[in-house]
Design a protein around this ligand. Sequence first.
Ligand SMILES: CC(=O)N[C@H]1[C@@H](OP(=O)(O)OP(=O)(O)OC[C@H]2O[C@@H](n3ccc(=O)[nH]c3=O)[C@H](O)[C@@H]2O)O[C@H](CO)[C@@H](O)[C@@H]1O[C@H](C)C(=O)N[C@@H](C)C(=O)N[C@@H](CCC(=O)O)C(=O)O
Ligand SMILES: Nc1ncnc2c1ncn2[C@@H]1O[C@H](COP(=O)(O)OP(=O)(O)OP(=O)(O)O)[C@@H](O)[C@H]1O
Length: 483
Amino acid sequence: MGVDMGEWRFQRDGIKAFRFVRCELDAATGVARLVYAFDDGPELVETVTIPGAPFTLDGARATAVQRALQLLHLITGVSYYKAAVPEEIRIESYAIDADTAALLESVYVHGLGEFAYRNGLNLHGKIRFPHAVLATGDASGPASASAAASQAAVADDAAASSAGAPALGLREHALVAIGGGKDSLVSIEALRALGIDQTVTWIGGSQLIKACAERTGLPTLNLGRALAPQLFDYNREGAWNGHIPVTAVNSAILVLAALLHGVDQVVFSNERSASYGSLIEGTGEVNHQWSKGWAFESAFGGYIEQHVAADLHYYSLLRPLSELAVARQFARTDRYDAHFSSCNRNFHILGERPANRWCGVCPKCHFVFLALAPFMPKPRLVGIFGRNLLDDPAQTAGYDALLEYQDHKPFECVGEGKESRAAMAALAARPEWREDALVKRFAREILPQLDATELAIEPLLVIDDEHRIPAKLWGRLRAHLAA
Ligand SMILES: CC(=O)N[C@H]1[C@@H](OP(=O)(O)OP(=O)(O)OC[C@H]2O[C@@H](n3ccc(=O)[nH]c3=O)[C@H](O)[C@@H]2O)O[C@H](CO)[C@@H](O)[C@@H]1O[C@H](C)C(=O)N[C@@H](C)C(=O)N[C@@H](CCC(=O)O)C(=O)O
Ligand SMILES: Nc1ncnc2c1ncn2[C@@H]1O[C@H](COP(=O)(O)OP(=O)(O)OP(=O)(O)O)[C@@H](O)[C@H]1O
């Protein structure tokens, strides 16, 4: 672009545009290269590696893979876009239609909700993905011949996909995402109980996830992902930083992997409670786990079936359940007690891991301990964590936030305040728990201020009907989850 790349410096507030430069997949190696840039800066290349190559792709499957690759490129850009949040977004090597732009605007605005709140930014109405204008003679149409060609291609695509994407004849098999915590293990065991063929699939090099995956005894698939290294430099040089909708990124990676492997299901384990965020005074709801929520799942899953492959089903197996209901399911087997952890401190790209899988001081440790307590013998739970978090006064503030007592729900993957209050109320009535410091304090100080009719656990265990679980599975799955 006529600029000496050696001179380019990341200067957050001077950046004008974020560019989706190109994306490419080498079917011979399974390596996808997702390329971005700010203004005239260097290319930022993220790579995703899908084992199992070489992949042979015929006409319809090749088209679906190309669409999935572009969707992955567009979603994964969120990590880099956030570094400068520039005014303009450019998509340079392909064009997208209005449906795709709408999905992306939603993923970027809501998925960066916590990021925006913490940085004092307002992204509403600011993020615009340029999409093809299908009417001829429109003044806002393409400026160059190549953009015009892309628009013509997208017009053809749009005409084709208004009829829906074709079915590819994918084989009945589930790629199940595993994250090392309790949720995905509940899904894996449910699919096993139902006799559904599955491959336990994870992204990245976590040894903890690998150990859990191997513990399942099922076929495994480990997908590679490497962020562009410059992002870490930009962070040091003053980039905006904060949370991104990582489940949206992981979902797009698994969709690509499913198409390459020719299988018909991508299964996540996002519970009903994930759809509810933290209520912030003066701001409203901010959901740390937005891309684990129903709004994302229904939009993304619908998009895949409409625009990528009609027979590729993306769904969360745990959507009908609350966090407490998932905890109850998890407690049914002790097979993973010595292997799993829900503590996110295990999952940093760089940096230290907690010594014994559970740091014991973060919101996820607090919540998972509390959520499992009503459903597990106390010695088993204390054995898993290596300590009793509810008998540690140093954790008082952490538990108050979970209970939404004088604080808001933490920005983490934790259940709703009503779930924490119900679990704590149940423990307050149990002889083995009621003398523990935080349970005792709850009973003395907080319980008298609560409405007793809202503290029962049973209503929170009810199985919901809002989900995308394939109809042919749902009857048997419901019976399994209700048992
Ligand atoms: C492990 C973790 O919780 N990380 C969050 C943490 O990042 P930190 O800087 O402490 O460490 P790294 O994860 O190693 O990240 C280094 C930098 O890279 C950026 N980055 C990372 C992954 C990515 O896909 N894109 C990126 O841009 C990151 O921003 C760092 O600058 O704090 C960050 C800021 O709040 C979080 O963004 C990190 O969260 C990770 C993306 C992550 O994987 N977190 C999951 C454990 C997680 O939070 N899952 C959610 C699901 C939320 C959703 O909507 O999908 C959950 O369980 O609730
Ligand atoms: N590295 C990863 N690779 C693939 N999928 C992942 C990865 N990390 C998380 N997931 C998936 O993302 C979803 C949300 O993750 P989450 O951390 O809530 O689940 P979990 O690890 O199964 O359980 P827990 O809530 O106890 O931590 C789950 O479906 C999980 O399988």
